[in-house]
Every structure is written in structure tokens, then in C-alpha cells.
Design a binder for this molecule. Sequence first.
Ligand code: FEO
Length: 393
Amino acid sequence: MFQKIKENIFYAGMNDCGRLFFDELIPLEKGTSYNSYIVIGSEKTAVIDTMYPKFTQEYLKSFDENGITKVDYIIANHGEQDHSGSIPALLEKFPNAIVVTNAVCAGNLKEMLLVPSEKIKIIKNDEELSLGNKTLQFKITPGVHWPDTMFTYIKEDNIISTCDFLGAHYTFDDVFAVPSKELEKSAKKYFAEIMMPFSSVCRKYIQLIKDLKVEMVLPSHGPIHKNPDYILDLYTDWAGEKGKNLVILPYVSMYNSTENMIDYLSNKLNEKGINTFKYDMVNGNLGDLAISLVDATTIIMGASMVLAGPHPAAFNTAYLASVLRPKAKVASFIGSYGWGGNLFGKLSELLAPLKLDIIEPIQVKGKAKSDDYIKLDNMAEEIYKKHKEFGLI
Ligand code: FEO
């Protein structure tokens, strides 16, 4: 059954409890939902965002089951197919409907889903569309997280649908959010993977929504926020420019030499009042790494040498950290080798776009010796001074 959100506004989305990964990258503990909304005005009916292609038939059937016999507008807030994928089928079911979206998204729908131009109405920022006694106003919001994204504001109800922005990969029985540690973790992991690269843009749109003083936020994944401040405050923290007093230590270790150094450094940092998060790059959950990247001020990578370069798992982490564009300011490397090679050159290149302040790396043959422990002590001290300088201690 569609779930009523407010008078003549309904949730028409679906849970995908069995989905284990999103983008084949971040593990999902609770699957995800693909949210679609139906707004029934006195004259026209609009559907805001549609459905992941795999569930198209079930989605179309739900219109019949809920007595929706007429759709005039299909609002596409975003062209990615987890929301736009069922547009062609919905247009077939409701041949008089037209798709309403911005120019960039229209281009995507034409190329990715072969939606014909004559079925698309292109709108501009702040343009309005009347449904009779309800008005939709479009806020073009490129960058959260594609160039084609926009929000749809239902004026009379003071509700905004934000598509991917403010979402979470989360499933539910009741569509309204119940704040919990579990929901916060899902939303943070989602933010890390999808929104963190665009944090400065996020800050702009957080303010836009705050200024509207909306009653509800309808995202396209995860529950609806009847208390918008809950998710807006979390996003304000996560998208902020200043990291926390946290050093993350992603490592891979073949004979425990690297791991021992990571443990030693972690303990030294803890003694100095700095929080640490050690992450096993081979056996760890990538979601936990992504979450830690939201808060970290310093990244110290530990890697064993494989042949003449760093273990491939370290490349994967360095690349991910680079593209997710966290707010970290400081980095370095620790590692152990058997017969030679360069552990850190390529990893530094991968992290270069982040413009991190690099502390002198520590590379040892086999196990750390007394000199190496002194170097680790010095590294801990240098990190401490930097965190102090940043006002984190
Ligand atoms: Fe949930 Fe960018 O799609």
C-alpha cells in the first residue's frame, strides 16, 4: 500500500532488503529503498521520481492496487536509473503524462533511457508547476551528486523532495524516520560515499533548505524526515570544513611488521589524547573506512611491500580516499619490505589531489628496530603538534 505522508501526498517507493552493495562498492547492512512520491492536486497528479528498473513491474502494479488511474507529470529530480529507471514504463502506462525536469537531466534521460524530447518539459530554477490546489516549485541543485540534480518543493505543504541529498541506504516498515545510531551510521556512510566529494555544495543546499523552514524532507533513499533538523544538523557536521581529533590508520600487513608499527603508533597517539581508528584494508568493511574518512584530520597508511611496490590493497584505499575528497589535512606512510622497492611514491601521487601536509614516511626492512620506534615516536609528536595547531586538542 502507498503510505500517506500528508493530505494527497503518498509514499510509493519500495524496499530492496536483499541488496548487499551500492555501486558495487559500499556494503549495505540494511539494503536500501528507492523512494517515489505521488502528489495529487485538485486538477493534476504528479509522480516525483520513479523506481529502480528491477522493480518496475511491481511498481506499476502498485498504481493499480492503490487506484491511481491518471498521472499527468513525472518529475525527474535526477537522471540516475535507481530513480529514473521506470520512467519509460510509466510513460507507456500513462501515455498522456509528460516528464518534467531541468535541461541537464533531460539530456541524461534522452541518452540513458531514450525518453523522446516531445515527452519532456524543461523547467528553470524556481519555475512553478500547478497541480490545482498544490504547486510544485523546482530548485535546480547541481552537484548533489550529479550535475543534473534538483529538488522539488511542494509549496502549500512546505515539503521538499531532495532526491539523493539527505538520504540513507536504509529499509523500513514505517516510512517516517526514527532517529537511532543505526540510521545515523547508514546516513553517514551514504554521505561519505555519495555526498562527501561535494561537501561545499552540500553546505549551500543545507542552507537553502534551512531558509525554507520546511516541515518535511523527502529523500529518494531511506526514511522521510518529519524533523528536518535531525538530518540537516548531521549533514552540517559531516559537510563541515574542520575534521575531528581523529587519526585513521588503514593498513595491510603480510608478516605483522607493518601492523606492529601501526599498533605502536596508535597507542602513542592515544597516550597523547588523540583518537585513532585502525582499518584492515584486506578484511575490513569499506563502509567503516568511508565513515572514518568523514571525520579524520590525519591519515597514516601502513603497507607491506609486494614485489617492488606497495600492496595493491593500499592503492585501492589511497584511490578511494582521493576521490571521496575528505577534509583530512595531514598524511604519512609506514611500511615494511623484504628485499627492496619504493613503498610510498605511488601512494603519495594518488593522494596528491588532497593537497595533504605529508609527514616524513617510515619504511623499514623486516621488523622495526629501536631507531624506527624513535621515528614513530617523532611521527606521533608531529601529529600531536598539528592537531594542537588546528585547535583539536
Ligand atoms: Fe540514488 Fe544518484 O541515485
